[in-house]
Design a protein around this ligand. Structure first.
Ligand SMILES: NC(=O)c1ccc[n+]([C@@H]2O[C@H](COP(=O)([O-])OP(=O)(O)OC[C@H]3O[C@@H](n4cnc5c(N)ncnc54)[C@H](O)[C@@H]3O)[C@@H](O)[C@H]2O)c1
Length: 256
């Protein structure tokens, strides 16, 4: 029993893929789910806020429509590296971080934030100092200004901002847990059958994809990833904070 009955959980990226299945599973377990996405949802929800999570003003407007009490936040919305560098930075990192910081203020002890990283963030230790410096920037605007001074190449920006997300989550989580009893973790999927899987193939190139194919059984189904996110949101994970949990059918273990 993961004690999600009656809890209010916000799920971003709710209109497709992993976010959609996360919302469905949460509702099956009795949670009150409010979705956020730039596209309309294709499933039943308890509430929905349409918002472009790449814009701080749009996130602030969404926050005004979200409840004053929120028990959980699943930050699932994301774009692949085939999108522009600016969009990847804004959606996958700056906007996610801004929403998480503001929602955390509304959470009681026992609250949980789950940020969807990726197996492609596994090389974060190689750039830990840069990611820590970005993590220290206090706001969306300050993050943008830092990135203007420390440019990121477009070809690897998806990996860069997933790495940065892992480092931000790990470095901020204990402050949150000690001060408020709110947990924050990442879930790191390997390849998943969703509409953006083809974008990852384009982004990584066929050589890398071919090599990775031999490291895994198959891409995950969305419900396999959603189950881990729901576990991390619930009370069964109450002593798990500040981790990046791979949900990749063992694929990341093959990089050792
Ligand atoms: N599919 C994979 O292989 C894979 C692997 C590792 C990590 N991930 C991560 O999982 C998360 C979910 O991806 P998915 O595969 O379910 O993709 P998806 O495209 O099926 O879903 C992403 C959702 O995010 C929403 N979104 C994108 N930009 C937005 C914005 N600016 N404002 C509001 N909503 C926005 C989209 O409308 C969509 O509903 C992403 O963070 C992605 O990076 C995916």
């Amino acid at each position: 029993m993961n004690h999600l009955q009656g809890k209010t959980i916000v799920v971003t990226g709710v209109s497709s893929g992993i976010g959609s299945d996360t919302a469905k599973l949460l509702r099956q377990q009795g949670a009150h789910v409010i979705g956020v996405d730039r596209k309309d949802p294709l499933l039943s929800l308890d509430g929905f806020v349409k918002a472009d999570l790449s814009e701080q003003a749009a996130i602030d407007a969404a926050l005004r429509q979200l409840p004053a009490h929120i028990d959980g936040l699943a930050n699932v919305a994301g774009v692949p590296g085939t999108a522009s560098l600016d969009l990847v930075a804004r959606v996958n990192y700056l906007g996610l971080r801004h929403l998480a910081q503001k929602v955390a203020e509304r959470m009681p002890a026992g609250g949980s934030i789950v940020n969807i990283s990726s197996i492609l963030g596994y090389e974060w230790p190689a750039r830990a100092d840069l990611h820590k410096a970005l993590a220290e920037t206090p706001s969306f605007e300050a993050g943008l200004a830092w990135l203007a001074r420390n440019p990121v190449p477009h070809e690897t920006c998806y990996q860069y901002f997933k790495e940065a997300l892992i480092v931000w989550t790990l470095t901020q989580s204990q402050k949150l847990f000690l001060a408020q009893g709110v947990r924050m973790n990442c879930v790191a999927p390997g390849p998943v059958f969703t509409p953006i899987l083809g974008d990852f193939v384009q982004m990584l190139g066929h050589k890398r994809v071919e090599a990775d194919t031999h490291r895994m059984k198959r891409p995950a189904f969305t419900d396999e990833v959603a189950a881990a996110i729901v576990f991390m949101l619930g009370d069964d994970a109450r002593w798990i904070s500040g981790i990046n949990l791979p949900v990749d059918g063992g694929m990341s273990s093959t990089y050792v």
